[in-house]
Design a protein around this ligand. Structure first.
Ligand code: XIL
Length: 455
């Protein structure tokens, strides 16, 4: 036992999972998506759905207009189709949404006062009773707070029945389905702002007075330039009230690394808050999205995985440091860090060791594709065995990432980094310890010039 290497690659000995649902399950979370019943017949769609997601939300099929088209006449056909899809793939089912000012049936839009209140509460009771035992979480009330700086309720026919309509809905839902988690769900709550503070105050009041509420849904309809600076702190302050958080309708307008970055930040924020129990994207593919101009989802319109997909998977697997601000790899023998000389980005640049300085040319990210990347965006580079060499002494360089076996690495619990193609290990040439000592591949010996710690 060599002192000082026990924390090498902590937490990465477990294999990285290769689907979103399995990766999320490692920390007891789910990874879900909104599903449209009308798309279940698309076999590419349903193949991805089955493979990647272990929670399903009905995109429209459990809303008031769908489930009670005429007063006291219920239609559960499409909602049940979604429920049965969830059951058949062993996914959790999120119910969405019992009461909302939008997508109300025409008959309800025409009601007011106590007549509307009793119709609304009856709706909650009937629908929650129908799905009792099948629902992991219900969005009991959706989007009841106003945008802007008031921090108050949104005006709506439901709000005009009295400020207590929300708690009445939660009490009715609890009675109808005591085992479902009951959520309040809203958008523009992606940080600490007047709207999220209004909701925070309501939840605090509910907890104080014993109104049944278990979770807050943060919809997270975002874009590449969304300000994420207080996203995690906002989740945490709700968690501190004693409710769970769920990211319920995530989509991020944009493309490439900008989009991937916001997806990563959402994922990492949820992972960092123990009461954040799962993430749902609002759809599977850019082919079918309510934001058709924004390409906001994880699979493109041809069902290919996007960069955003990889960033989410990496983050769920516990990696996914900001590309370019990943993790230093400190040599056990030299106490110096794996470094690209002079911040070079040219392909073919050979690595050396240098004093650890936290700069971008020393920040390594281990991806679920087993690459070790440095930098980000257009200068993203991969650790590479030069010329796909397999002989002792092969230089270790940076190159554009191409998925070849000479760019894939196994990170072992003793801190060694073994090339998948050659089976050779990354080492400091000649056991050098000085700044500028070169890095190469050599037969794995476990020597201290071949062990690299993340601290
Ligand atoms: C959207 C659906 O995706 C669309 O198909 C439908 O036409 C309108 O509603 N917030 C919510 C969701 O809570 O129910 C909305 O879903 C998107 C915004």
């Amino acid at each position: 036992m060599v002192a000082g290497v026990v924390s090498v690659f902590t937490g990465t000995a477990q294999a990285a999972e290769s689907t979103l649902g399995a990766a999320a399950a490692q920390s007891g979370r789910y990874y879900g998506t909104a599903v449209a019943a009308s798309k279940l017949g698309d076999s590419t769609y349903s193949t991805i759905l089955r493979r990647e997601f272990n929670s399903i939300t009905a995109e429209n099929e459990m809303k008031w207009d769908a489930t009670e088209p005429n007063r006291n006449q219920f239609n559960y056909g499409n909602g049940d189709r979604i429920a049965s899809q969830a059951r058949s793939q062993g996914a959790a089912l999120r119910g969405h949404a019992l009461l909302w000012h939008q997508q109300q049936p025409g008959w309800a839009q025409g009601l007011s006062g106590s007549d509307l209140r009793s119709a609304a509460i009856n709706h909650v009771t009937q629908v929650a009773t129908h799905y009792r035992g099948q629902i992991h979480s219900w969005d009991v009330v959706n989007e009841a707070f106003a945008d802007g700086n008031s921090g108050g309720r949104r005006d709506s026919n439901l709000q005009r029945t009295g400020n207590d309509w929300i708690e009445a809905a939660f009490r009715a839902a609890r009675t109808a389905d005591p085992n479902a988690k009951l959520c309040y769900n809203d958008y523009n709550t992606d940080g600490i702002n007047a709207k999220s503070t209004g909701i925070y105050n309501m939840v605090a009041d509910f907890k104080n007075r014993g109104v049944p509420i278990d979770c807050v849904g943060i919809q997270s309809h975002l874009s590449s330039n969304s300000n994420m600076s207080t996203y995690q702190a906002n989740l945490q302050r709700f968690a501190d009230l004693g409710v769970d958080l769920q990211i319920t309708e995530l989509d991020v307008g944009g493309s490439g690394s900008g989009q991937a970055n916001v997806y990563r930040q959402v994922t990492q924020a949820c992972m960092a808050v123990s009461r954040c129990t799962g993430i749902t994207t609002w759809g599977v593919t850019d082919r079918y999205t309510w934001r058709p101009n924004d390409t906001p989802l994880l699979f493109d319109s041809n069902y290919q995985k996007k960069q955003a997909y990889q960033s989410v998977l990496d983050a769920l697997n516990g990696g996914g440091g900001n590309p370019g601000t990943g993790t230093p790899l400190r040599g056990a023998g030299s106490n110096r860090c794996l470094d690209v000389p002079n911040q070079a980005t040219a392909t073919g640049t050979r690595l050396n060791i240098w004093d650890c300085n936290g700069q971008a040319n020393q920040q390594w990210t281990y991806t679920s594709a087993q690459e070790l990347t440095v930098y980000s965006g257009g200068t993203l580079r991969c650790l590479d065995a030069s010329g796909a060499g397999t002989a002792n002494g092969t230089p270790v360089i940076i190159w554009t990432c191409h998925g070849g076996a000479n760019q894939k690495w196994n990170r072992n619990s003793d801190g060694t980094i073994r090339n998948v193609q050659s089976g050779l290990c990354v080492e400091v040439s000649g056991s050098g310890t000085a700044n500028g000592s070169q890095v190469q591949l050599w037969s794995c010996s476990g020597g201290n010039n071949q062990r690299w710690a993340t601290q």
